[in-house]
Write a protein that binds this ligand. Structure first.
Ligand code: ATP
Length: 210
């Protein structure tokens, strides 16, 4: 059975994340999408909500369905959340033969050459990239060459191998971001329908982002 992971800061999780994760799970035909909040994002400053709070908001957001699952794997480590460490760990857990899909957005792909040991990622997984409004394929020569070498547009082929390819898909990218939610909360604006009601309530109860 293939395994799919969707990582993010989820500060906070929003409808854009939930919609894309759902579409990816269906596209990849996996039993569930494991959503992994990053404990200590290595490329960002400390998020204003703690890792535990970001996990709790995610759990609240997806509590009434089974396709999306909150995974606290990265919160169990005390050091920076490097994707390569997570992928090595999951690969050890699932064994060498099952397809492992690591789902990221085009914005993340554009910066992938800044990630720890990024060229080893495909040793453990396929990278599935969903496009996002205003983002284009990375122009950096190293990343562009790496994509050319590993790109696979045939999803059936991808599903028959455990790792090694980059696949692009065009899904419903809602024009929403956590940054916009945090900005609205800070300015006292309404964030209803940008994230599930349970997350709106959690943000209010814990006075996050004010
Ligand atoms: P921030 O605004 O704080 O940078 P974000 O909204 O981009 O946050 P992240 O938690 O950084 O959210 O994103 C996690 C993953 O979700 C990334 O791969 C990102 O590309 C993807 N993603 C973020 N927003 C959307 C969206 N509106 N639609 C689809 N995918 C999204």
């Amino acid at each position: 059975m293939a395994v799919a992971l969707f990582g993010g800061t989820f500060n906070p999780v929003h409808i854009g994340h939930l919609r894309i994760a759902t579409e990816l799970a269906e596209l990849l035909q996996v039993p569930c999408m494991r959503m992994l909040p990053c404990a200590f994002p290595p490329h960002r400053g400390e998020p204003r909500a703690s890792a535990q709070q970001r996990l709790e908001m995610l759990v609240a957001a997806i509590s009434n369905q089974s396709l999306l699952v909150a995974d606290d794997l990265e919160l169990q480590r005390s050091e920076a959340s490097y994707s390569i460490d997570t992928l090595e760990l999951v690969r050890r857990q699932i064994g060498p033969d099952q397809p492992l899909f690591f789902c990221i957005g085009m914005d993340a792909l554009a910066k992938i050459d800044t990630w720890q040991r990024w060229q080893e990622l495909l040793d453990h997984c396929h990278i599935v990239v969903s496009s996002r409004p205003d983002w284009e394929l990375p122009q950096s020569c190293t990343v562009a060459d790496w994509i050319d070498t590993h790109r696979c547009d045939d999803l059936d082929l991808l599903q028959q191998s455990p790792a090694g390819s980059v696949h692009f898909c065009e899904l419903t990218m809602l024009d929403l971001s956590s940054t916009e939610i945090r900005r609205k909360v800070a300015e006292g604006e309404n964030i209803q329908f940008m994230t599930p009601d349970a997350v709106v309530d959690y943000i209010q109860q814990h006075h996050l982002y004010e």
